[in-house]
Write a protein that binds this ligand. Structure first.
Ligand code: FMN
Length: 147
């Protein structure tokens, strides 16, 4: 029997100070440790960073996802961590990515652009499906470009 996969989607605000270059370097560090830790823990997912905000999808067996999120939640590099969804799912959506990344380019802006139209940029109104669906689409697009 295969293991039940859970998906967690959250939104947070960047708390790293500094210039744009320093923040980009900070995000790279987060990605590097995410990729090695997640590969070990059997966690996959996607991280989006743009406009001073993060959105992340974590998927994997429930204990691995909650242990990973427990660490993330207390990380002082971001704040106002808001869980949008935590639920069992039929299958992983990012099976090939220990942590895929969508950066502060046009596509990333598209997500927060879309969201700001419907929510007035209030994260409390962000929909997990909206974030998840857009991340999934953007990762697929990038996969096509690099294939
Ligand atoms: C926005 C954000 C996303 C993160 N995502 C992950 C992640 O997916 N996996 C992970 O292990 N750590 C993630 N981290 C880092 C953790 O908070 C923590 O620093 C790290 O897991 C500690 O492990 P290390 O000592 O190997 O760096 C994230 C941090 C931030 C700010």
């Amino acid at each position: 029997m295969s293991e039940q996969i859970h998906r967690l989607v959250y939104f947070s605000r960047n708390a790293m100070p500094g210039t744009e270059d320093e923040i980009v370097a900070g995000v790279r560090q987060i990605l590097a440790s995410s990729r090695s830790n997640n590969a070990r823990a059997g966690v996959t997912g996607a991280l989006l960073f743009n406009s001073g905000c993060f959105a992340q999808v974590l998927e994997g067996p429930s204990p691995a996802v909650t242990e990973t999120f427990e660490r993330i939640q207390w990380d002082e590099r971001h704040s106002e961590v808001l869980v949008l969804e935590y639920a069992p799912v039929a299958a992983r959506s990012f099976p090939d990515w220990s942590m895929s990344f969508v950066g502060a380019d046009r596509s990333g802006q598209q997500l927060f652009g879309d969201v700001s139209v419907t929510s007035g940029f209030n994260p409390i109104h962000l929909k997990a499906d909206q974030i998840f669906g857009t991340l999934e689409r953007l990762v697929r697009e990038e996969e096509k470009q690099t294939a």
